[in-house]
Design a protein around this ligand. Structure first.
Ligand code: AMP
Ligand code: TRP
Length: 310
C-alpha cells in the first residue's frame, strides 16, 4: 500500500510510533524481547499505534537492492508474526510514504551542522569503521521526520536512540517557533527501561546485535530448533559453577538467567533458588526449551506469511 497510512479509526487517542531497520536477514530475540513485545502490548493500551519498517534508513549501509527488498519483507512478516496486528496498528514501509524524505529535507534545514555533528551514534559507527555516506549523517533528521509526520506523542525505543529523540524535539520546537505554534506535536521519549537487554552469547559483555554480533552470538527468530539449541549450549559462561545473577562478574550466566526470566515469567531471585546445586548445563537445557517454545511457533507463522505474497 502506497501513501500515508490511514488512521485505524477516527481516533483521538495519543499516538505511538516506532520503527526498526531491516539491516539483517532476521530479527533476533533481543529485538523481540526488548522492543517488539512492548509494541504488541501498547496495542492493547489507550494509544493509536503506528509501526513501520525503516527501509530508507537501511540505505545508510550499502546493501544489494535484492537483499534489502527481501529483508524489508521479512521484517514486516516478523512484526506480524510477533503480534503486531494490522487491524489494530497502522503497519507500513517507510519507502511507501514520500512525505518522510520530503519532511526530512525541512528537518535538515532546521538543524545546525554543529548539532548534527554531535550525534554519538554517527560518531560510533564511523569509529567502528563504517565508511559514512551523507545519509548516515542526516539519518537523525529522517528519523525526526518519521516521528513528526504522524503527530506521535510517544516513541518507544531503546536507550541508544535517546539522543535522536532529543534532536527530534528540538526540530519540532524550532519548526513551531519559526512557522507558527500549534504546528507539530513535540514527542516524548518512551524509553523502554524495564525491558530486557539481551547480550551476545559469545561476548556477553556486549549486546546481541544483528549488525555486529557473530552468528553464534545471535538467537535469530528464523533459526531452526537445532541451531538455537547448539548456540545456547555453546554460550560463553565462566569457570565457576554457581548459578547467580551478577551481570558484572558473571555476564554469560546472567544473560541466560535474564532470557529464562523474561520467557518463563519467573523472577531472577526465584531462579537462583531453584538452580541451587544445579550446573550450567541444566540452566542451558531449560533456556533451550523456553527459547524453542517461543521461536518455533513464531517461525511457523513467519513462514506462512512469507508464503503468501498478498
Ligand atoms: P536495532 O536492531 O539496534 O535497530 O534495534 C531495533 C530495536 O530492538 C530497538 O528498539 C532496540 O532497542 C531493540 N534491541 C536491539 N538489540 C537489543 C538487545 N540486544 N536487547 C534488547 N533490545 C534490543
Ligand atoms: N533509528 C531507529 C533504530 O535504529 C529506527 C528508527 C527509524 C525509528 N525511524 C524511527 C525508531 C522513528 C522510532 C521512530 O532503532
Amino acid at each position: 500500500m502506497r501513501g500515508m497510512p490511514a488512521p485505524i479509526s477516527g481516533s483521538s487517542l495519543p499516538r505511538i510510533l516506532s520503527g526498526m531497520q531491516p539491516t539483517s536477514d532476521s530479527l533476533h530475540i533481543g529485538n523481540y524481547l526488548g522492543a517488539l513485545v512492548n509494541w504488541v502490548k501498547l496495542q492493547d493500551e489507550a494509544f493509536e499505534t503506528f509501526y513501520f519498517v525503516a527501509n530508507l534508513h537501511a540505505l545508510t549501509v550499502p546493501t544489494d537492492p535484492q537483499v534489502l527488498r527481501h529483508r524489508t519483507r521479512v521484517t514486516a512478516a516478523q512484526f506480524i508474526a510477533g503480534g503486531v496486528d494490522p487491524a489494530r496498528s497502522s503497519l507500513f514501509l517507510q519507502s511507501d510514504v514520500a512525505e518522510h524524505p520530503e519532511l526530512a529535507w525541512v528537518c535538515n534545514c532546521l538543524t545546525s551542522y554543529g548539532q548534527a555533528n554531535r550525534m554519538t551514534q554517527f560518531k560510533d559507527k564511523v569509529a567502528k569503521g563504517q565508511d559514512p555516506n551523507v545519509g548516515l549523517f542526516t539519518y537523525p533528521m529522517l528519523m525526526a521526520a518519521d516521528i513528526l509526520l504522524y503527530d506521535a506523542a510517544y516513541v518507544p525505543v531503546g536507550e541508544d536512540q535517546r539522543q535522536h529523540l532529543e534532536i527530534t524535539r528540538d526540530i519540532a520546537e524550532r519548526f513551531n517557533s519559526r512557522f507558527g505554534e500549534g504546528g507539530l506535536v513535540v514527542p516524548e521519549p518512551y524509553i523502554l527501561k524495564g525491558s530486557a537487554k539481551i547480550m551476545d552469547l559469545t561476548e556477553p559483555t556486549g549486546k546481541m546485535s544483528g549488525t555486529t554480533s557473530p552468528d553464534k552470538g545471535l538467537l535469530l527468530l528464523s533459526d531452526e530448533d537445532s541451531r538455537l539449541r547448539k548456540k545456547i549450549m555453546a554460550a560463553v559462561t565462566d569457570t565457576e559453577t554457581e548459578i547467580r545473577y551478577a551481570p558484572d562478574d558473571k555476564p554469560g550466566v546472567s544473560n541466560l538467567l535474564v532470557i529464562h526470566s523474561v520467557l518463563s515469567g519467573t523472577g531472577l531471585e526465584q531462579l537462583e533458588r531453584s538452580y541451587a546445586g544445579h550446573g550450567y548445563g541444566d540452566l542451558k537445557k531449560d533456556v533451550v526449551e523456553l527459547v524453542v517454545g517461543t521461536v518455533a511457533p513464531f517461525r511457523r507463522r513467519m513462514a506462512e506469511l512469507l508464503a503468501d505474497p498478498a
